[in-house]
Design a protein around this ligand. Structure first.
Ligand SMILES: [Zn+2]
Length: 291
């Protein structure tokens, strides 16, 4: 028997309204101690850095809006509270999605271009916007640490920062580091491959050899992991550049694949083909600037 139309619509609606939520239904936000009172939280989206101490709770990035309550619960479980300070490493939604939730009670700090880009989307929710912005760097004195928040120009986007806990000897690299994977470089968002690799070298020259690194994506890392990551990015970029300069087209390069044992590197959000196409797009953009 045919169901009345109204019943069919009622049956369909929950599937529609819950689909965005369902994507996060099974996600647990888990905490891992990095050093002292600095933690890394993982769930879905960019890794979150947390500092808990006498001054209160500070977080770096906040994943997606549907995870906001779970992020807060995990912070409370490890002895923290609702964050007073939120640092954004860059504007992407998997790092700023819970800004509106945390921004009602906390102060959001980010690079100038993060605020500009968040405003540019849909005008932006006021609570989700950074209220303190900077051009080059800012130092946050919190929980007996000095946290240097340093802008790295035109790398993953045009508004990336790293957050370096000088006393805890921990640095959060945002999406300048996809540990063990090919990175995403947002060319439309002001990123570039040349800037990205130069920025990684800047970080390696800046931090102590025994620094602990919270990557934007992937497991907790050290300087050796970052050095390996930079090596793979430079080698694969050089291979694609050589092939393009020799007159090969991008589809041929994709068909041939990259040299080296890099299967695992393409297992994330950016597979080998997407990485090659990013390198090609960046090369094309750089060539048009030169000509
Ligand atoms: Zn990103």
């Amino acid at each position: 028997m045919l169901k009345p139309i109204a019943t069919v619509i009622t049956l369909l609606l929950p599937a529609f309204t819950h689909s965005a939520e369902d994507r996060f239904a099974g996600i647990e936000v888990q905490a891992q101690r990095v050093s002292g009172s600095v933690y890394m939280l993982t769930g879905a989206g960019g890794n979150i850095g947390v500092s808990i101490g006498d001054d209160g709770t500070l977080i770096i990035d906040d994943q997606y809006a549907p995870l906001a309550e779970r992020i807060l619960s995990t912070i409370v479980e490890i002895g923290g509270a609702r964050p007073k300070i939120v640092l954004n490493t860059h504007y992407h939604g998997d790092h700023t999605g819970s800004n509106a939730f945390f921004g009602t009670a906390g102060t959001i700090i980010a690079h100038d271009n993060v605020r500009t880009r968040l405003l540019g989307g849909d005008g932006g929710d006021r609570a989700a916007l950074p209220v303190v912005t900077y051009h080059d760097r800012v130092r946050v004195h919190y929980n007996d640490d000095e946290i240097d928040v340093i802008h790295l120009p035109h790398g993953h986007t045009d508004g990336d920062s790293v957050a370096w806990f000088r006393n805890a000897n921990v640095i959060h690299l945002g999406d300048h580091f996809f540990n063990g994977r090919f990175p995403y470089i947002d060319l439309q968002g002001g990123g570039s491959v040349t800037g990205f690799t130069a920025n990684l070298q800047t970080v390696l020259d800046m931090v102590p050899a025994d620094v602990k690194i919270i990557p934007g994506h992937g497991p907790l890392a050290d300087a050796e992991d970052l050095r390996e990551n930079l090596g793979v990015i430079k080698a694969t970029a050089a291979q694609v550049t050589r092939a393009l300069d020799a007159g090969q087209n991008v589809d041929d390069i994709v068909a041939q694949g990259l040299a080296g044992d890099l299967e695992d590197w393409g297992s994330g959000f950016i597979n080998e083909e997407r990485w090659i196409r990013i390198l090609h797009a960046d090369h094309t953009a750089a060539s048009s600037v030169r000509n």
